[in-house]
Write a protein that binds this ligand. Structure first.
Ligand SMILES: NC(=O)C1=CN([C@@H]2O[C@H](COP(=O)(O)OP(=O)(O)OC[C@H]3O[C@@H](n4cnc5c(N)ncnc54)[C@H](OP(=O)(O)O)[C@@H]3O)[C@@H](O)[C@H]2O)C=CC1
Ligand SMILES: Nc1nc2c(ncn2[C@@H]2O[C@H](COP(=O)(O)O)[C@@H](O)[C@H]2O)c(=O)[nH]1
Length: 327
């Protein structure tokens, strides 16, 4: 791989606008047979999403993926979403008990519309076997598999039956994989996305490293159908987790799924915790994201999201850490 770059190294080049108002621009995306208002999904992490937020997102036309860190609540969650006439979108891991869980939801005829296999190193037999297990027992569920960082991995997971792959190893705000292991797409996530998306025959989700709303447009330009975001969704009124007050300012915690705070032990820790300044309501952030993306579409010279995929770009500088620090 040569020519690597990250979000902050790229500027998209404007084309002549074909709209009189940004409100004419359409940010909707079709993914897994459903149409969503935005090509954006909050990260399936315990400090980012809970049942209440999932209901809000599904009811209002947004995509969500529920996290897998309270496994005993997943069956009731699927039932509750179905009872409300909403789609169900859950996460699974790859350990033994997850195989029985998949069989159980199949036996109870609770096929969720979306299942995300959520592990750190998704290019593995463990993920391939789980994809095949889900497809055998729940053939109607749309399977998202990850995380990966190479075209080989994308192809292998697609060939195993994944309906979409999730790209990003190490670019996350509370991720320390790149520092602790020396591996990943941290510092060149956008280039890795382009590399993977070129090989993909099915949708790709860009996961991690989004620091500004403009990075959503850049992800679309470099091949993403959907963009998973953690830190920008942390710290809202609705966000799970404690609110802390310091010097008159309110903060909320945001911790990694592989941090000791999630795991409850210091074993194979690849995540950290940070405090995010209170940002107001999630609804307002989603509206602002939509407006900013409408503006991106207008700069791309089109009316639909797809127009962003064809714009020119320049590489303006180079950086490794994308503004992140270890602590
Ligand atoms: N996107 C990213 O960059 C990263 C995300 N994460 C997030 O952290 C959470 C925990 O992830 P994870 O530890 O995978 O989940 P689990 O703790 O559920 O582990 C999944 C299984 O995979 C094994 N495993 C974990 N890492 C590796 C590896 N590098 N090579 C081979 N086997 C491995 C584990 O065994 P054992 O523990 O014994 O090795 C375990 O059996 C997830 O939500 C994941 O998305 C974590 C790191 C990076
Ligand atoms: N290496 C780790 N990556 C993690 C961990 N917990 C979550 N994640 C990944 O980060 C993104 C969110 O990134 P952000 O830049 O938008 O904040 C998330 O979707 C996961 O893929 C972790 O403990 N270690």
């Amino acid at each position: 791989m040569d020519n690597v770059f990250d979000y902050e190294d790229i500027q998209l080049i404007p084309a002549k606008s074909v709209v009189n108002s940004r409100s004419e621009c359409d940010t909707t995306v079709t993914f897994g047979g459903h149409t969503f208002k935005l090509p954006v999904v909050p990260a399936n992490m315990q400090t980012i999403i809970d049942e209440k937020i999932a209901i809000f997102l599904a009811e209002n036309g947004y995509f969500y993926i529920m996290h897998r860190f309270q496994p005993e609540k997943r069956i009731d969650f699927i039932k509750d979403m179905k009872r409300r006439g909403l789609y169900a979108s859950i996460s699974v891991g790859v350990k033994e008990q997850e195989y029985s869980f998949v069989e159980q939801i199949a036996a109870e005829q609770l096929s969720p519309e979306f299942i995300t296999i959520d592990i750190a190193h998704g290019h593995s037999n463990a993920v391939i076997e789980m994809i095949q297990h889900i497809k055998k027992h729940l053939p109607n569920s749309f399977v998202i598999a990850g995380n990966v960082g190479t075209p080989e991995a994308v192809r292998e997971l697609e060939n195993a039956g994944a309906d979409a792959t999730k790209v990003g190893i190490g670019p996350g705000k509370v991720c320390i994989t790149k520092i602790k292991t020396g591996f990943g797409t941290g510092g060149w996530q956008l280039a890795a996305l382009r590399w993977c998306a070129k090989a993909a025959t099915k949708p790709v989700i860009a996961d991690g490293g989004i620091r500004t709303h403009g990075d959503i447009a850049k992800s679309i330009r470099f091949g993403a159908t959907m963009v998973m975001i953690g830190s920008l969704f942390a710290g809202h009124e609705e966000s799970p987790g404690e609110t802390y007050e310091q010097d008159g300012k309110c903060f909320k915690e945001y911790f990694g799924s592989a941090s000791e705070f999630q795991k409850g032990e210091r074993r194979n820790v690849e995540g950290k915790k940070m405090y995010v300044e209170h940002k107001g309501s999630l609804k307002d952030t989603l509206i602002e994201m939509e407006q900013d993306l409408q503006s991106s579409i207008s700069y791309a010279g089109g009316k639909k999201l797809d127009s962003i995929r064809h714009v020119d770009y320049v590489i303006v500088k180079s950086s490794i850490f994308n503004g992140d620090r270890v602590y």
